[in-house]
Design a protein around this ligand. Structure first.
Ligand SMILES: *Cc1c(COP(=O)(O)O)cnc(C)c1O
Length: 407
């Protein structure tokens, strides 16, 4: 088979929609176009029935006991907002303190920042050099005023799988609600809201081979029953938690994607593990001075975040344009800032800038991995051949001990 360029290795950012998912969605654009809220005729009933099948499928994927615990949204950004703002508003008489971590997705961090402006107190717990949150730190941060802890299931840059089970034990014992942004881990690592004592969970379809613009918030209905203040007012859809006409084709696709993930996720993850191993082993063999930023064991199966010392991040991205992947430099219009996640792990700016996140997924082939190995090895070596620092490193000079002339 011939390769298609650029080779897609950015499955954390989004995924193509599985053809089986598209097939399931199609009738709901025209033939079965009804509004799921129309109670008076068959068009509405058909749509409502399809939504309820999807709700069951999403519930089954995460171990939710009751499909009514699934609230459909426009994606995980909205789910994160609804969970955190909704809890902060509803429980404000009970407390005003939220605990989260410094490595959360912006949808969580910026929501917390907004709440701080509105008078909430937020503790941002740090991570170790391995990107892992320490449950003891969460426990230490808890006060009588803590109403919510929000920790992601798996990080979207370094793939670290967080100790949600241990955190869930703490929050449950203290009567504090636990929210997790489960987007990256869903279907790839074990996740069961009952086993983990999770009260709220954000997920999105487009990171699991479903369509963009549709997601869900799991909201526990018993032991404890979680209450939320809706952030969108209107017709009282989604059990009063999220008004707005449902995106029926999107939800149907999300449901199908969830079902496929439930049936095939564990098996396909094994393939990612071996492809990742191949990529890692070959890069390590052909290049020296590389650093793996993933946690040694607790990482997503298809995640490889690696830094290449002595190369400049931007030059590297330019050199490997045939691979669609992400770099540790968050490119904003004005500046080139190193990733705040790598920064939180104590990784310096230079190493952060030269880091690449490879994300493998459902359609990644061995042939693609082999091409990427060859391309990256060759280009990194070429860039290093032009680097005086690399030259010194090879000669065994300890660069940290060099006295650089002031300029
Ligand atoms: C992609 C992502 C989001 C945002 O999801 P959308 O559906 O695109 O809004 C939130 N959290 C994490 C961890 C993500 O990777």
């Amino acid at each position: 088979m011939s390769l298609k360029f650029p080779i897609y290795m950015d499955y954390h950012a989004t995924t193509p929609v599985d053809p089986r998912v598209i097939e399931t969605m199609l009738p709901y654009f025209n033939e079965k176009f009804g509004n799921a809220a129309s109670r008076s005729h068959a068009y509405g009933w058909t749509a409502e029935e399809a939504v309820s099948v999807a709700r069951e499928r999403v519930a089954a994927l995460i171990g939710a006991k009751n499909p009514k615990e699934i609230v459909f949204t426009s994606g995980a950004t909205e789910s994160d907002n609804l969970a955190i703002k909704g809890v902060a508003e509803f429980y404000k008489e009970k407390g005003d303190h939220i605990i989260t971590t410094v490595i959360e997705h912006k949808a969580v961090l910026d929501t917390c920042k907004r709440l701080e402006k509105d008078g909430c107190r937020v503790t941002y717990v740090g991570v170790g050099p391995d990107g892992m949150v320490d449950p003891a730190e969460i426990e230490k941060a808890m006060t009588d005023k803590t109403i919510l802890v929000s920790v992601m299931l798996a990080n979207n840059e370094v793939g670290t799988v967080q100790p949600i089970e241990a955190i869930g034990k703490l929050t449950r014992a203290r009567g504090v609600l636990l929210h997790t942004d489960a987007v990256q881990g869903i279907g790839k690592v074990p996740f069961d809201v009952e086993a983990l004592n999770v009260d709220l969970a954000s997920i999105t379809a487009h990171k699991m081979y479903g369509p963009k613009g549709v997601g869900a918030l799991y909201v526990r209905r018993s032991k404890p029953r979680v209450r939320l203040t809706a952030q969108m007012d209107g017709g009282g859809h989604e059990f009063g938690m999220r008004s707005g006409t449902l995106n029926v084709p999107g939800i149907v696709g999300f449901g199908r994607a969830a079902e496929l993930m439930r049936l095939e996720g564990v098996e396909e993850a094994k393939r990612f593990v071996s492809l990742r191993e191949r990529l890692l082993a070959s890069l390590s063999k052909s290049l020296d001075a590389i650093q793996i930023n993933d946690h040694p064991t607790q990482h997503l199966p298809g995640n490889l975040n690696v830094s290449f010392s002595f190369v400049e991040g931007e030059a590297l991205m330019m050199a490997i344009k045939d691979v669609a992947c992400s770099s540790g430099s968050a490119c904003t219009s004005a500046s080139l800032e190193p990733s705040y996640v790598l920064h939180a792990m104590g990784i310096g700016d230079d190493i952060a800038h030269s880091s690449i996140r490879f994300g493998l997924g459902r359609w990644t082939t061995e042939e693609e991995v082999d091409f990427v190995i060859q391309l990256v090895s060759q280009k990194v070596q070429k860039l290093r051949d032009m680097s005086p620092l690399y030259e010194m490193h090879k000669e065994g000079i300890d660069l940290a001990s060099v006295q650089w002339a002031a300029h």
